[in-house]
Design a protein around this ligand. Structure first.
Ligand SMILES: [Zn+2]
Length: 478
């Protein structure tokens, strides 16, 4: 039996760590800040990958692979990019005993090597748009590591596109943030706020960074995905040009976009509880677990029935496992499957068989119910769909309840000191107001939502009282 998970009410961050380790999602590695993703965690990541990969392909994006090692000088070609990333870059200086003439960077992201290569791939208007993605690992030095949320090496996908016009690149960057929104809301059942980052929070080298921001159970924000309109910054830095239809050389415009294993953190901190992981059915590697209750005297007949139920559910296309292990009590098994977050549990013993019924329980509900065995398939189908929807709705309700519109600074300060959550408040657009709030309250602008309340923008900046330009989502964040 796993050790006890610290209750959320007692210590939210300890709860998170206990859950990640005891549900066997990930473990610490010998190198500080690195993480071992265990089979149960990786299986969830694989479902995310498969789902997203299909969504990317539906947008015409193709997969490819670039190397981990990048000549350090590449990072220096785009001024903002190097300034933003150099404090986080890990470098390789030796090959065996021999010192390298030029250090190599372990990629923190791949814009530079990709745009170096696009110079060869993009020559004519016929080569555009160019839409690629890679599933890869990246490295960023991390002072305050946390499993899944901040690790030195993490897994992600990074999409990179090249376009003939600035408008097209911008349109594509926006399109991808909406792909992420759809994925995170539909599959992970996590509602998000979609918008544009302020200049001080955008990606180094981007014209605009779009983000989706989710609210965790403790009211803090987690940036769940970003998409960047890179303008012609990387095209220029790597001297990529193309011959347009008129035969003239023209600049090439870019977008890049990514989500990472951080999504695992978002998933855990949105839905899970003190008993362990809670997984939305669409994402769960195992959607249904069957736990037959038997004794030595009736084992054969109970297990034969369990096998037939298993086959029935599997044939209907659901991901199901049969826990017929000997030597563990049903109660022990139930606790294990709850810890692992399997959405639906079916249990039965000989007496249930005689009455042609089954006992079912949803991971996100405390109660059990009895159903007729003949209704099993339709029950499973409906319940998985309902649970997916209920998880989304309850997360959405929490986000709505904990999003407060605020107009004056004393109330704004009090809100973050006493409750915390998202504050929807006007901003003049000046970075000094952001700095003040960050220093005093450790609160940042998460994004400026795409859907702006036009009336509110005619108001005053919540910090300085000057004429507001935007409505912003402010919050503490992971
Ligand atoms: Zn201001």
């Amino acid at each position: 039996m796993a050790e006890k998970i610290t209750p959320r009410a007692e210590d939210y961050s300890q709860w998170y760590i206990d859950l990640v380790t005891q549900a066997e999602l990930a473990d610490y590695a010998p190198v500080k800040g690195c993480m071992i993703i265990r089979p149960r965690g990786y299986a969830i990541w694989e479902v995310m990958q498969r789902t997203l990969d299909d969504m990317f392909k539906a947008e015409g994006v193709q997969n490819c692979y670039f190397p981990t090692l990048i000549p350090y000088s590449f990072l220096q070609k785009e001024a903002e990019h190097v300034e933003g990333f150099s404090p986080e870059v890990l470098t390789v200086t030796h090959s065996g005993e021999k010192k390298l003439e030029e250090p190599l960077a372990l990629r923190p992201t791949s814009e530079t090597i990709i745009w170096h290569t696009f110079k060869k791939w993009v020559q004519s208007h016929r080569d555009l748009p160019l839409l690629i993605n890679q599933w890869a690992n990246v490295f960023r030095a991390e002072m305050r590591p946390r499993l899944f949320l901040r690790t030195v090496e993490f897994l992600w996908q990074e999409g990179h596109t090249a376009h003939a016009t600035a408008e097209e690149a911008n349109e594509f960057a926006k399109r991808m943030i909406h792909v992420y929104q759809r994925f995170v809301e539909d599959t992970l059942a996590i509602p998000v706020m979609v918008g544009v980052k302020s200049d001080s929070e955008k990606f180094p080298g981007a014209v605009y960074t779009y983000s989706i921001e989710a609210m965790m159970q403790d009211g803090k924000a987690l940036q769940a995905g970003t998409s960047h309109d890179l303008g012609d910054n990387f095209g220029k830095a790597f001297e990529v040009q193309f011959q347009n239809k008129e035969g003239k050389l023209a600049p090439v415009y870019a977008s890049s976009w990514g989500v990472s294993t951080r999504l695992m953190g978002a998933l855990i901190m949105t839905h899970s509880d003190d008993k362990g992981l809670v997984l939305p059915p669409k994402l769960a590697p195992t959607q249904v677990v069957i736990v037959p209750i038997f004794k030595a005297s009736n084992k054969d007949v109970v297990l034969a029935h369990a096998q037939s139920i298993y086959t029935e559910i599997k044939r209907a296309g659901h991901r199901v496992i049969l826990d017929d292990k000997d030597g563990y009590s049903p109660g022990w098994k139930f606790a294990q499957w709850e810890l692992a977050g399997v959405p639906l549990r079916i249990e039965f013993g000989e007496r249930d068989m005689q009455s042609q019924s089954l006992v079912v329980s949803r991971r996100d509900r405390a109660e059990k119910e009895s159903i007729e065995a003949s209704q099993l398939l339709s029950y499973v189908e409906q319940t998985l769909a309902t649970m997916q929807n209920d998880l989304f709705l309850s997360a959405k309700e929490r986000m709505q309840t904990r999003t407060k519109e605020l107009v004056d600074y004393p109330a704004f300060t009090r809100y973050f000191e006493e409750e915390g959550g998202f504050a929807l408040a006007c901003w003049c657009g000046d970075a000094s107001c952001e700095t003040k709030v960050k220093t005093q309250l450790q609160v940042t602008i998460r994004n400026l939502p795409f859907i702006q309340n036009e009336e509110a923008i005619t108001g005053r900046c919540v910090v300085c009282g000057e004429q507001a330009k935007h409505q912003a989502i402010w919050s503490k964040s992971y």
